[in-house]
Design a binder for this molecule. Structure first.
Ligand SMILES: Nc1nc2c(ncn2[C@@H]2O[C@H](COP(=O)(O)O[C@H]3[C@@H](O)[C@H](n4cnc5c(=O)[nH]c(N)nc54)O[C@@H]3COP(=O)(O)O)[C@@H](O)[C@H]2O)c(=O)[nH]1
Length: 854
């Protein structure tokens, strides 16, 4: 280069005349040099080559002898340039200025690289050779490169001999260095470890040495020690000159790395989630599975990866179920909904299970796009649900049944409660009321009487207790039966209630005993009116089953506080008064007097004594003969009961038979009489006495007794008496008042061969029709008709009528109570041949009879 600049100058100095071929060559070079060459002598251009002139926009000859100042932008610049170059030129050194702004002829400027050297150091006048290169393009390029270097987002690093030579702003910012701070530092310091540095460095060196570029991503270290993930692209600055070092393009990808790591971690997490999910998860596109997790494969029995890419239809048992599922899915996806459903699906081995599917589109805007599906095996849950449903159904059924049962039980319970309450009410009513008539019973009467007494004390009034007994009720009851008796009692109860005020109490104590409690009266007169009214209402006949019943009351009255201060006393005294009313002829009333207590006491004593009489063998039978009037022979013997009462002697039946009947003892005593009479008759026969029929009286109570025929049969059989020698006497009243079984009993007795007779005939109300039907053999005309026979034409008429009746019915007739021959005579005149009475014999003791019979 030095030589190049010197040779043209010499040639100029020596002149063209001195040219030789070498010089010619130099001249050619001068003429064709690609750079501008110019020779100046102080301040003036003496010679320039074409390139120089071209560079400044002149023709070469136009520059010759011009001032060098015209080549500069201004005089100031020109002189400043000369001053700058002068030292070097003076010293004979090469002056070089990389960039100098120069001016063309047309005023435009360009950047030139200027080099100069004095032809003769120290002597400016000798001239100076100048060489100028237009570096505008290079400078622009360098400026651009520098701009790129400085403004690039990436780091650019120049290294040589593994040290930093240069770098751009991007690198400085990226690694936290100042503008020149890292120049000269070892590249090693940009790495976190030797190992890392060598790993990258060695890999890069191999490639770069071969002239190839190196590209890698690596962790490097910033100036502050923080790691930075970068992408490195390395090149040699010049392939043919490795000594120039390398250039590195560095991109900070830390954020990307972090994002990638985050993404990778997220993917790993997702994968882990997928791999460990308890649900099958699959991605489906266009009817095929793209990929799925392990659980999905496990659910469907596919090997790893085996389910990927298969048509989803293969997971369904048949095309119909697949198409249905697809339609439902399409409908939901179209509506922007998640599709959730349970379908039966098929495993790889063909077995089926129930799956719960939940599918959703990745992108709702793409209905046909990719979708993700969650699959769960719900077979067990469905079976459990079905089992639960079955259990629930069964439970509901059982609950319904149980409810129905409970409803039924409840209804029953309610009914039972109602029934129980009704029963309790009934029991309560029964406890305080008479079951037959519904009237208050003795307990309620006592209670009301108590209250009435208290009320009377407060009001200073009296009250009456009226004890009512129905006359001859027992006879009616025994003879006509309980139904008739009950009917009669109810009717009496009704009539009593109608006869008194609502404030009065009508109670039934039992049997035919009633009590009327009349509170708030002034005195006896008030209650006698009540008694009269009772008698009146009860006097009306009582029809019953075609019969007309007649009843009358015997009423005993006592007053509070006059006749007693407590319930028991009042009741006892009213009872005593009632007995006296009965004794006074019945159908009447009696006020209580103190004397009545004595009578009642006797009655009580009598009854008490009778209760032991049978067991104590105190009863005896007397016998009174029935005589054949013509022959005066004994036709029959009537057994008549006597009570040999200790200390009191013989008591007649009129005194105690009513008590026996009232108390019911007549049943046992009557049977004793029947048995004793039969035994006696048999005994007499066995003694060889003539066989004479024995007649036994039957009370109404006995006759009404069920089983009478059986009792008679048993006694006849047991005693051995011939039935024809036994006669049973029944009073006309008993016969007529007995119930519907009368005929039946009579026929049973008659069938045994036992004879029957009607006692006390004429005192009752015999019906001819009945007499005709009843199998009786004999009638006994009551002695009341015999007694006045001589004096009473009426009685004679009656006897005549009876005789006529008996004849027509072919009945025997016995006249009772015959005491005189006149009576006997009259009776015989009326055709009565059988008679009984004191005229022939009084009732005899048994031991007296044989003499009579002989
Ligand atoms: N159910 C039963 N009744 C019986 C029984 N024994 C007797 N009686 C009945 O008692 C009533 C009274 O009987 P009695 O005191 O024995 O009187 C009888 C005769 O003594 C009496 N009589 C007989 N002749 C005369 C007479 O000429 N004058 C007169 N004043 N009295 C006389 O008549 C009674 C017998 O009557 P009758 O029975 O109607 O034949 C009496 O009704 C007895 O029936 C018995 O065991 N069971």
């Amino acid at each position: 280069m030095d030589r190049g600049t010197r040779e043209p100058a010499n040639m100029i100095e020596e002149g063209e005349s001195m040219l030789h071929p070498g010089l010619l060559e130099h001249a050619a070079i001068f003429e064709h040099a690609p750079m501008g060459i110019m020779f100046t002598q102080p301040g003036v251009v003496r010679r320039c080559n074409p390139r120089m002139a071209q560079m400044f926009g002149y023709a070469p000859e136009e520059l010759v002898n011009t001032s060098g100042a015209c080549l500069f932008v201004s005089e100031e610049q020109y002189h400043a340039f000369l001053a700058e170059a002068a030292p070097a030129l003076h010293d004979g050194r090469l002056f070089e200025k990389a960039e100098q702004r120069l001016r063309r002829r047309d005023g435009s400027t360009f950047w030139g690289r200027v080099r100069a050297k004095s032809v003769e150091p120290g002597r400016r006048a000798a001239g100076t050779v100048w060489m100028v290169e237009d570096v505008s393009a290079a400078r622009a390029a360098e400026t651009e490169v520098r701009a790129i270097m400085n403004n690039a987002g990436i780091g650019i690093l120049f290294t040589r001999d593994r040290r930093v030579v240069r770098y751009n702003r991007g690198f400085a910012q990226m690694f936290g260095f100042g503008a020149e701070e890292a120049v000269g530092v070892p590249v090693r310091s940009l790495y976190g470890s030797d190992e890392h540095y060598h790993e990258i460095g060695d890999a890069a060196a191999n490639l770069l040495a071969r002239g190839e570029s190196f590209q890698a991503e690596a962790w490097m270290v910033r100036a502050d020690g923080r790691p930075i993930w970068v992408q490195l692209i390395g090149h040699q600055v010049r392939r043919d000159d490795p000594a120039l070092g390398n250039i590195w393009i560095i991109e900070d990808r830390t954020r990307n790395k972090r994002a990638e790591e985050t993404l990778r971690n997220a993917l790993l997490e997702n994968q882990a989630i997928l791999d460990n999910a308890v649900l099958g998860i699959a991605v489906v596109e266009r009817g095929r599975t793209l990929h799925c997790n392990a659980k999905m494969e496990e659910l469907f029995g596919y090997p790893p990866g085996g389910i990927n890419g298969i048509p989803v239809a293969e997971l369904y048992p048949d095309s119909a179920s697949w198409m249905a599922a697809r339609r439902e899915t399409a409908r939901d996806f179209l509506a922007g909904r998640v599709h959730m459903a349970e379908h039966e699906v098929v495993r790889a081995d063909g077995s089926r299970f129930w799956a719960r599917l939940s599918g959703r589109l990745f992108d709702l805007a793409q209905r046909q796009g990719r979708s993700v599906w969650l699959v769960d095996d719900v077979t067990a849950r469905r079976e459990a649900a079905q089992a639960v449903a079955r259990a629930r159904d069964e439970l509901e059924l059982r609950v319904l049944e149980r409810t129905a049962e409970l409803a039924g039980a409840n209804a029953l319970l309610q009914a039972e409660i109602v029934e129980r309450r009704q029963a309790e009410a009934r029991v309560h009513h029964m406890a305080y009321h008479d079951s037959l008539t519904g009237l208050p019973n003795r307990s309620l009467l006592s209670d009301r009487l108590d209250r009435a007494m208290l009320s009377s004390q407060r009001n200073d009034r009296k009250l009456a207790v009226m004890f009512i007994d129905l006359d001859r009720f027992k006879t009616i009851n025994d003879s006509l039966g309980h139904l008739a008796g009950d009917h009669l009692l109810k009717e009496v109860a009704n009539r009593l209630c109608r006869a008194v005020r609502a404030s009065d109490t009508v109670a039934r104590l039992g049997g035919d005993e009633f009590v009327v409690l009349v509170p708030g009266i002034e005195g006896p007169r008030d209650c006698t009116q009540v008694a009269e009214k009772i008698i009146e209402v009860l006097s009306a006949p009582i029809p019953h089953e075609g019969r007309i019943l007649h009843i009358s009351p015997s009423i005993g009255i006592c007053l509070y506080p006059d006749h007693g201060q407590d319930v028991a006393t009042l009741m006892r005294n009213a009872d005593a008064a009632m007995y006296h009313a009965k004794g006074a002829g019945r159908n009447t009333w009696q006020f209580f007097t103190e004397r009545m207590n004595e009578s009642a006491a006797r009655h009580f004593e009598l009854e008490s004594s009778l209760r032991v009489a049978l067991a104590a063998n105190q009863f005896e039978l007397f016998y009174q003969p029935v005589i054949e009037a013509g022959t005066r022979r004994v036709h029959a013997l009537e057994a008549l009961l006597r009570w040999r009462r200790p200390g009191l002697g013989l008591v007649g039946p009129d005194e105690f038979i009513p008590i026996l009947e009232e108390s019911g003892m007549i049943i046992a005593v009557g049977e004793w009489v029947l048995r004793s009479a039969c035994e006696q008759a048999v005994a007499w026969q066995r003694q060889g006495l003539p066989a004479v029929p024995v007649a036994v009286n039957l009370s109404g109570r006995q006759f009404a007794q069920r089983g009478l025929a059986g009792t008679v049969r048993r006694i006849v059989e047991e005693t051995g008496i011939a039935p024809a020698l036994l006669e049973l006497e029944i009073t006309e009243t008993t016969l007529m008042q007995s119930g519907g079984h009368t005929l039946e009993v009579l026929e049973q007795i008659n069938a045994m061969g036992v004879r029957l007779s009607i006692d006390d005939f004429g005192t009752g109300y015999s019906s001819l029709a009945y007499l005709k039907r009843f199998p009786v053999h004999k009638i006994k005309v009551d002695r009341a008709f015999v007694r006045e026979l001589e004096a009473s034409a009426e009685d004679r008429a009656i006897v005549a009528a009876v005789m006529a009746l008996a004849n027509s019915l072919q009945l025997s007739v016995v006249a009772e109570g015959v005491e005189t021959e006149a009576q006997l005579q009259l009776l015989r005149e009326h055709g009565c041949e059988l008679a009984q009475g004191f005229l022939f014999a009084r009732p005899l003791e048994a031991h007296q009879v044989p003499e009579l019979l002989r």
